[in-house]
Design a protein around this ligand. Structure first.
Ligand code: MN
Length: 370
């Protein structure tokens, strides 16, 4: 079996327990997101800024001999050992998000969020400085436009090439359709920072799905499905409100949300734009689908249909992602997954999805070995 190298459009660092205690005054550190597992390890409580959320701890399935059927590496936070993991899996460069840091979208105090984002970013950039294979995302505090702009400027100075934005702004902030964010899009475009919308990052308030988990029959599958829609909504909001009209060089990737939704959403938006033209505000310079096909990117990990988004539907901005080191990801079976996805796929398409799209977004990254 040949060894396939692929860049990952979806990876994570895992914040160490003492990150916020070391970086922030105690009164702030204790309100940053943290997880406390129950004694039996089956449930955890996530504490965020005075709020508490209970959730079942994702656990690997075990085979008959007690071995994990899907992998989860605990070496992700060692800058050198992580590269060994990547080398063994065939993962070259990665777009790297936080883990518990994703819960910062539920913070309600602007001062806490701004300080916490700085702490996360100062920690994350050290990985990128260690290896150009790590393309870390800067967390942007979104409770005020001023603090968002300040952190974008700091992130650009620190050398980030991408930012992480929650698919919905925090409670109390304006939605992505609002013109108050135009200065944010302008600064991201000017600094050539790619926007990473990672799915499942809605604030955990009652108005988002996170406040309304499905329980009972089918709950696990339904909740997993729900996590995917937020990325599609975020992209639709940017297209429909004319963000890409005004900032045509802005590029956005939806990480971990699959791929074939892209052409589907493009079709739906075009149909609405055409058939409901009298109600459409603002009018756009180009068709919604053109923005989706050109300004929007997506990463998938296992989806069998994803290659067809490129070959059969013509969306070229689809890349693979490992989700390393998370449980939904491919750690421990990356080569098997890549072969299942790409055996029999033509060379140009395989290269586009495994390495080309990532290199287009992040041309500074050294090319993957072939
Ligand atoms: Mn992920």
């Amino acid at each position: 079996m040949t060894f396939i190298w692929a860049n990952s459009g979806d990876s994570h660092l895992v914040e160490p327990d003492d990150l916020f205690r070391n970086a922030l005054p105690r009164r702030l550190a204790e309100r940053m997101p943290r997880s406390v597992k129950d004694a039996d390890g089956r449930w955890e409580t996530v504490f965020v800024d005075g709020q508490q959320f209970r959730r079942r701890v994702p656990r690997p399935l075990l085979d008959d001999e007690g071995h994990a059927m899907v992998g989860r590496s605990d070496r992700a936070n060692d800058k050198a050992l992580r590269l060994h993991d990547l080398d063994a899996e065939g993962i070259w460069a990665e777009l790297v998000y936080p883990s518990i840091g994703i819960w910062t979208s539920s913070i309600r105090d602007p001062e806490l969020l701004a300080a916490g984002a700085q702490a996360i970013n100062d920690w994350a950039i050290e990985y990128q400085r260690y290896s150009a294979r790590y393309v870390c995302t800067a967390t942007i505090p979104l409770l005020s436009v001023e603090s968002a702009l300040g952190e974008v400027a700091r992130a650009a100075d620190l050398g980030f090439h991408a930012v992480y934005l929650s698919v919905v702004p925090p409670a109390g902030a304006d939605d992505w359709t609002s013109a108050v964010w135009d200065v944010l899009w302008a600064s991201l475009e000017a600094a050539n920072l790619v926007v990473g919308f990672h799915i499942g990052t809605e604030p955990h308030d009652a108005s988002s799905f996170h406040g309304n988990y499905y329980r009972g029959p089918g709950g696990a599958l339904l909740n997993y499905m729900e996590t995917t829609y937020g990325g599609q909504r975020a992209v639709s909001k940017l297209i429909a409100s004319g963000v890409f009209d005004r900032y045509p060089d802005l590029r956005v990737i939806v990480s971990e949300g699959g791929a074939t939704w892209g052409p589907f959403v493009a079709d739906r938006l075009d149909e609405a734009y055409r058939q409901h033209a009298s109600a459409v505000r603002p009018r756009l310079r180009r068709l919604p689908s053109e923005y989706l096909y050109e300004n929007v990117y997506a990463s998938f990990q296992h989806d069998r249909s994803a290659v067809a988004a490129v070959t059969a539907m013509g969306w070229r901005n689809v890349c693979w992602g490992s989700d390393y080191p998370h449980l939904e990801g491919t750690f421990g079976h990356t080569q098997k997954t890549l072969h299942e996805l790409f055996d029999g796929v033509d060379e140009a398409t395989r290269r586009r999805i495994t390495v080309g799209v990532f290199e287009e977004l992040f041309p500074h990254v050294p090319p993957a070995p072939v």
